[in-house]
Design a protein. Structure first.
Length: 625
């Protein structure tokens, strides 16, 4: 076993060092579904942009992902397919002009859409995209008035109660809804035949929860004692201002493709010319998200430069690469140069805190998150005594991380205090997950692991004790934890277990024993672990039926953390993990990153390197000395 583990560590380490870019990063793809590719085609065609080569390459990737039944899927085991994604790909391909309605694959896609409820059954964001392009009626959904932006913050619901990633999408959407903006061309495909029934007969029946939310919203708006027309104009100006203040240097809105896509149309709705510098730069920013794949081109929703660089650097250092080596110095300098120095929206609920976090993408300068911050701090942790500059960056990062802890003891992703559950009643698909940014097991566990393993903070510190108690209070009955940003219960349980161990909780604690037993109980016969993306939307563990490298690495790493000797499930897991690194099938590309349940999942091309390498290093350093 020792020779196998060491050989694999050496192979992975050598390869990562060889493929590092001169600026210190690694060029791995943040691969999501073809949805962003489809949106890019639709944007370019609707604006009459002459980008034939790019459109052809995007269409090539979309076509390569189509299933035999005509559908497109978000993940391998999504049966029979995803209606929203299929509509988006279908519309984009027709708009590209590279296919026609008579093509066999397009006929099959159309049949799949109709058989599964038509475009009436698509996700809210898909319907908004279709409404912009004249394929769906604005009045048939999304009953959200733009006056939401003016409701006082002290009211039970307000615009600022939404999560940062919801707000940055909601502001442009409210403008588009206000103007019922439509932009069509002669070449715009007509999808109205895919409405299973006329839209005026398809108005959804409002639930009591939806009615309650809308009534509360009306009460909030009624508090604004001004003339209605003046109120609307003031709200429009506020939405425009909110958007423009959050445009990054590369032209994108918060570095996301989806929010930038809707921003462009919202500015057009406000009267901006399509040749306006902001719009031109935004389009170029989206084009810069392209990644050349073996088949076609992919538009990454938000490149993972910072995340990948920080995690790989940490893994390499665990593998024995010295902090003063050229490889690590490059990554450290890169990360230090991208620590945030500007106040962002997070500062509104952390008023006494200086900037000090890191974002997910290189272009991100105002939207830091806890996970990227602790990952970056791990990566520079062995350099803090090298210079006052590094020590200062370290201290700012630590202070920022601690300041983001919620009052309940857990950690959110982007901002503290964004857990108002009333917002989960918003009449939009996915609101229960996207509208708020509450404490989660993965963020809380990983933050505790960082604080316990890389800082001198006392295990008796109230910050640590509150975080530990939050994890105890939020453990599932079966012993697992749900992870918000990875798939799903394996991810959350790994983060929680490694975090609890790092801050001194004993392996004999009932909570840890339950978690360990649960992990062992779901181990596959081949020794690995695999969890379906279905867990994410069902909110209960769903076995994938096969093992994936990253999920196996997480499970084994968690078991290593709680066992002083390598028990059989660990050894079997290590063997499976090493075998999986030499496979090339669907299990090695299965998405194990999560963005929005039943809508957005990620295959990180870096994960087959990061998590297996880190787990193999932990196994070697603990058991093979």
């Amino acid at each position: 076993m020792k020779m196998l583990v060491e050989a694999e560590i050496n192979r992975m380490t050598d390869k990562l060092i060889r493929i590092q870019k001169k600026e210190g990063t690694w060029g791995f793809c943040f691969e999501n579904s073809p949805s962003t590719d489809a949106y890019m085609i639709i944007l370019l065609k609707s604006l009459k942009m002459k980008e034939d080569y790019l459109i052809n390459q995007l269409a090539k990737r979309i076509l390569s992902k189509q299933e035999v039944n005509g559908a497109w899927k978000l993940y391998y085991d999504e049966e029979p397919g995803n209606v929203s994604l299929t509509v988006e790909c279908y519309f984009a391909l027709l708009y590209s002009g590279l296919v026609t309605e008579s093509d066999a694959n397009i006929i099959k896609a159309q049949k799949f859409i109709i058989d599964n409820g038509g475009i009436n059954q698509t996700h809210s964001l898909t319907k908004i995209m279709l409404a912009i392009n004249g394929q769906y009626h604005w009045d048939d959904f999304f009953p959200m008035p733009i006056e939401l932006l003016l409701i006082p913050r002290q009211f039970p619901i307000s615009f600022w109660d939404f999560s940062s990633y919801a707000r940055v999408h909601l502001a442009p959407l409210l403008i588009l809804k206000k103007y019922k903006f439509v932009m069509t061309r002669n070449s715009t495909p007509d999808l109205k035949r895919l409405l299973v029934k006329p839209t005026n007969n398809m108005r959804p029946v409002e639930s009591s929860e939806t009615r309650f939310f809308l009534e509360l919203l009306d009460k909030g708006i009624s508090l604004i004692q001004e003339y209605p027309q003046y109120i609307q104009q003031k709200a429009i100006r506020k939405a425009e201002q909110y958007i423009r203040q959050r445009i990054e240097g590369d032209g994108t809105l918060y570095s996301y493709v989806t929010s930038t896509f809707f921003m462009i149309y919202s500015l057009l709705a406000l009267g901006y010319s399509k040749k306006h510098p902001i719009i031109i730069k935004a389009i170029q920013g989206l084009k810069n998200h392209r990644y050349n794949l073996k088949i076609g081109v992919h538009i990454q929703n938000s490149p993972s430069d910072i995340w990948d660089t920080a995690l790989i650097s940490h893994a390499l250092q665990n593998a024995g690469i010295e902090a003063h080596s050229k490889t690590i110095i490059r990554t450290s300098n890169y990360l230090l140069n991208h620590q945030h120095t500007k106040l962002g929206d997070w500062s509104l609920t952390s008023k006494e805190t200086l900037p000090g976090g890191w974002g997910f993408s290189e272009s991100n300068t105002i939207h830091p998150d806890v996970d990227d911050t602790t990952a970056s701090l791990r990566a520079i942790s062995r350099m803090i005594d090298h210079s006052p500059f590094v020590r200062q960056a370290w201290d700012r990062g630590i202070n920022w991380t601690k300041a983001l802890q919620n009052s309940d003891g857990g950690w959110p992703a982007f901002e503290r205090g964004k857990g108002n559950t009333l917002l989960t009643l918003v009449p939009m698909d996915g609101a229960e997950d996207a509208a708020i940014d509450p404490s989660t097991a993965d963020l809380t566990g990983r933050t505790l692991e960082f604080l316990g393993s890389h800082t001198q903070i006392s295990k008796e510190n109230k910050i640590i004790k509150k975080g530990v108690q939050w994890l105890f209070n939020n453990q599932e009955n079966n012993g697992s934890w749900y992870g918000r940003w990875g798939i799903s219960y394996i991810y959350g349980t790994w983060a929680a277990l490694t975090g609890l161990k790092a801050v001194g909780v004993k392996s004999s604690h009932d909570s840890l024993i339950k978690a360990e037993n649960w992990l062992i109980s779901i181990q596959n016969r081949d020794g690995g672990w695999g969890e379906s993306c279905k867990s994410d939307s069902l909110k209960q563990y769903t076995a994938l039926g096969s093992s994936t490298p990253s999920q196996t690495a997480w499970a084994v790493d968690a078991l290593i953390a709680v066992n002083d000797t390598p028990i059989e499930p660990i050894n079997k897991g290590i063997v499976n993990l090493i075998d999986s690194l030499h496979k090339n099938d669907w299990t090695t590309v299965y998405p194990t990153g999560a963005g929005l349940p039943n809508n957005f999942y990620i295959h990180y091309h870096s994960y087959i390197w990061i998590w297996p390498l880190l787990t193999l290093c932990h196994y070697k350093n603990k058991y093979l000395k």
